[in-house]
Design a protein around this ligand. Structure first.
Ligand code: ATP
Ligand code: MG
Length: 396
């Protein structure tokens, strides 16, 4: 018999009385990722999926999908054998014989069943001895083996060579909801990924300045949200018409305050959508000092328009670190497509890097803020991305 052996984040195991609900949510998310009919078997600290009837391609497709589910640490493709040390050793030998190029190995054992008569060290050394007897010209190398034979003794014994690393984190939707300000850049998709990885459900918002930003710029954001949905299952994206607001600011406010006032509108609109969506936080891709609008003073002044936490998971990261994550999660290649975003078109020559709240508030008196915000929210287009492709819920 063959099974996928799924290890999950130890943070979930530390949840005391809530542990069960975190585990059930993780199972729900795994099933959603691979098809709801899958049977995920729960054991203490592990989950299993029987894969006897599945082809190698089907199994590797399944593993790929499970490795994107937040909360999963790793997936092993294991042979299931009786809890008998000889059988375990023979199974390990058979697996190694399929890999004739491997010259050195070691056995790593975890014994979940404390009643099993041998301890982990003893199991490893017995299995190692059986492999040495059965597989010609192979050696044990404790420090630098080419291959690790993993053995787990639990409800059954599990033997596996390949263990695929997953994202870790907490189950998606276990930590409330946040509105992600998603531009077409490199940073905000990474910020969304990082908060989703901590269990925050994401609703994305994109400010679209038609006709100054093209349909291709909008499509890029849709593609980014769609990429994030590979991890989260599905994502709702609000496309908010932003041109009127920007034109009004340009017409009525000082040039050096354009950026800060525009950013306050972005935050205020996201805050309004948060109320509508029952979200308690906002998420942005800002990193301290990266550009004029990401100084501490600017962040202070933008945050004043909302009454909820603003998460900036990249605030202490360098661009290189952010780019590394974006490459790893698959958003980088979409983000670097050259389509302009609204902020690059409406940038003042010398934006204020140290805006003062009272100055900005008094400049904004020239604007009919309430109406501008309401109009933008009401005229948003809502698109749902994920399992069923792209679905338009409401149109601009
Ligand atoms: P990014 O790479 O995420 O675009 P950035 O380095 O270009 O970030 P800014 O343009 O200053 O930085 O934007 C800061 C943050 O504001 C972004 O990370 C994003 O969260 C949000 N933001 C900027 N422009 C938009 C937009 N058009 N729609 C939605 N959110 C936006
Ligand atoms: Mg940007």
């Amino acid at each position: 018999m063959k099974r996928l052996l799924i290890k999950y984040s130890s943070e979930i195991s530390l949840k005391g009385l809530n542990r069960g609900s975190f585990e059930n949510l993780l199972i729900h998310n795994i099933k959603k990722a691979i098809g709801n009919s899958a049977n995920v078997i729960k054991d203490y600290g592990r989950m299993y999926i029987d894969i006897d009837g599945d082809s190698d391609d089907e199994v590797s497709e399944m593993v790929k999908k499970i490795c994107k589910v937040f909360g999963v640490l790793s997936v092993g493709v294991a042979d299931v054998v009786e809890k008998d040390i000889i059988k375990i050793g023979e199974c390990a030998s058979a697996q190694l014989k399929c890999m004739p190029d491997v010259k050195t190995f070691k056995v790593v054992t975890k014994r979940g069943d404390k009643k099993f008569p041998l301890n982990s060290m003893q199991i490893s050394s017995k299995v190692g001895a059986i492999v040495l007897d059965n597989v010609p010209s192979i050696k044990v190398d404790i420090h630098n083996p080419e291959l690790i034979i993993n053995v787990e003794v639990r409800d059954n014994a599990y033997v596996y060579l390949k263990e695929y690393k997953a994202q870790a984190g907490m189950p998606y939707r276990s930590a409330g909801k946040g509105i992600l300000l998603l531009s077409g850049g490199i940073d905000s998709p990474v910020a969304g990924y990082m908060m989703a990885k901590r269990g925050l459900e994401i609703v994305a918002v994109y400010y679209h300045s038609h006709p100054y930003t093209s349909e291709r710029a909008k499509q890029k954001v849709i593609d980014l949200a769609s990429k994030l949905s590979e991890y989260t299952g599905s994502i709702k994206l609000y496309v908010v018409p932003f041109t009127k607001i920007q034109m009004d600011i340009i017409e009525k406010c000082r040039e050096d305050e354009l950026t800060i006032i525009m950013r306050r509108f972005m935050m205020a609109i996201a805050g309004r959508i948060a109320k509508k969506e029952g979200a308690l936080s906002l998420v942005t891709g800002e990193s301290l000092g990266q550009v004029a609008s990401q100084t501490l003073e600017s962040m202070y002044v933008t945050d004043k328009v909302v009454d909820m936490p603003v998460f900036r998971p990249l605030v202490g990261m360098d661009k290189i670190e952010i780019m590394d994550i974006s490459r790893r999660i698959g958003t980088y290649d979409i983000s670097i497509l050259p389509y302009e975003d609204c902020c690059t078109i409406f940038v003042p020559k010398h934006p204020k890097t140290k805006p003062r709240l009272s100055d900005v508030e008094s400049s904004e008196k020239a604007l009919d803020k309430e109406n501008l915000i309401n109009d933008a929210v009401e005229n948003s287009e809502i698109i749902k991305l994920g399992e069923n492709g792209e679905q338009i819920i409401s149109k601009m």
